[in-house]
Design a protein around this ligand. Structure first.
Ligand SMILES: CC(=O)SCCNC(=O)CCNC(=O)[C@H](O)C(C)(C)COP(=O)(O)OP(=O)(O)OC[C@H]1O[C@@H](n2cnc3c(N)ncnc32)[C@H](O)[C@@H]1OP(=O)(O)O
Ligand SMILES: O=C([O-])CC(=O)C(=O)O
Length: 371
């Protein structure tokens, strides 16, 4: 047996959900550049789950279903009120609340295809409400109920603030959701597939995936980028900060990728959005600092920014709390996780690789009193 650290380069499944070939990312054959430019998040959800773009009536139907299921059980709100609201990370709250949500779905363990499709709708519809409810509760405010007449992106921003968002914010947020929706066999998606391949339920799969996304080497990096930008504080401080980090062999968050060695195709869209939004907020420094970090780190190390790097200044410009960046990633990626979960069920086999043993040789048991 031979091993590959971190399963690098190992092809672990076939999938038609998304692909990364020659640095080009596609969802069901549609290039990300095209989708980022033209598609609504709801269209992308339909695409990922059905393998084709929706017709107008199909899109309306999906939107209506998402709106219909967007309220969360009052028990979940009550439970959230009992969380230690001001000391926990919203990703921990989200992981717990999604797991609890399964308790209130009488069909959680029903394995028929139709039941699983309905669970997918419910989860996609409710995850924004959970994230925004948590955010409101910890601010000591009443949760804002979802508005059935707003689209997915607008409704999220509305539930967060209680105010109808401006079109420019909705468009930017929609594009960010589209860009984060799926990404082949990334760590959290693989986690979801491993979980449901035991024929465990959809809620377990999404809960497991949230746990994997939370880490700073994966989805948690977007919040870590904003922390770094805050620490640096000004464009002048970029160079000494980054040079010191390079000398100390520290990681620069938001850079590097297991698959993309020539750059993440999503980053340019977020960079452009960061430029526009920071100009509007009058806080161009976040964009300028990001560009300077990018130029310096790329030229010194040849390591390029990933999706998490410029998304930090984008979300900050939308007025979103920094520790909600990763939950927002989860709101979008739930669509991809669900597509992969449904695909896994449709052609399932238990996922169970091997480990090469490197522990001690044969040992003889020594009774406790003689050790
Ligand atoms: C949505 C997402 O999940 S995108 C990724 C988000 N994560 C981050 O931004 C965290 C920072 N980046 C990283 O930690 C890594 O680049 C990962 C985890 C994304 C990819 O890891 P791997 O594929 O294992 O890359 P690996 O660690 O082998 O990197 C190769 C070399 O580049 C270095 N490197 C990679 N990324 C970085 C970075 N961000 N900062 C500094 N050095 C880095 C590694 O230290 C390693 O150097 P070495 O060969 O001298 O040991
Ligand atoms: O694919 C990966 O390893 C990480 C990533 O960029 C994502 O999940 O979007």
């Amino acid at each position: 047996m031979s091993t590959t650290r971190g399963l690098e380069g190992i092809v672990a499944t076939t999938s038609s959900v998304s692909s990364i070939i020659d640095n080009v990312l596609t969802y069901q054959g549609y290039e990300i550049d095209d989708l980022a430019e033209h598609a609504s998040f709801e269209e992308v959800v339909f695409l990922l789950w059905n393998g084709r773009l929706p017709k107008e009536s199909e899109l309306e139907n999906l939107k209506a279903q998402l709106a219909e299921h967007s309220d969360i059980p009052s028990e979940i709100i009550e439970q959230m009120k009992s969380y230690p609201l001001n000391s926990i990370h919203p990703m921990a709250a989200l992981r717990t609340a999604i797991s609890s949500l399964g308790l209130y779905d009488a069909e959680a363990d029903v394995m028929e295809e139709e039941a699983n499709q309905l669970k997918a709708i419910k989860l996609q519809a409710k995850i924004p409400t959970i994230v925004t409810t948590f955010s409101r509760l910890r601010e000591g405010k009443e949760p804002v109920s979802p508005r059935k007449d707003l689209g997915f992106a607008a409704n999220f921003l509305y539930m967060l603030t209680g105010e109808e968002p401006e079109e420019i914010s909705v468009n930017a947020f929609n594009k960010a959701l589209v860009l984060h929706a799926d990404h082949e066999l990334n760590a959290s998606t693989f986690t979801a597939r491993v979980c449901v391949a035991t024929l465990s339920d959809v809620y377990s799969g999404i809960t497991a995936a949230i746990g994997a996304l939370k880490g700073p080497l994966h989805g948690g990096a977007n919040e870590a980028v904003m922390k770094m930008l805050n620490e640096i504080g000004s464009v002048e401080n970029v160079e000494p900060y980054i040079r010191k980090a390079i000398d100390n062999k520290e990681k620069i968050m938001g850079f590097g990728h297991r698959v993309y060695k020539n750059g993440d195709p999503r980053a340019k869209h977020l960079k452009e959005m960061s430029k526009k939004l920071t100009e509007i907020t009058g806080e161009s420094k976040w964009y300028e600092m990001s560009v300077k970090i990018d130029e310096l780190f790329t030229s010194e190390k040849g390591i390029l920014p990933n999706v998490d790097f410029y998304s930090a200044s984008v979300y900050h410009s939308l007025g979103i709390d920094h520790d909600l960046f990763t939950p927002i990633f989860a709101v979008s990626r739930t669509s991809g996780w669900l597509a992969h979960i449904l695909e896994q069920y449709s052609n399932n086999r238990l996922i169970r690789p091997r480990a090469e043993y490197n522990g001690p040789g044969k040992q003889v048991y020594i009774p406790l009193e003689k050790r």
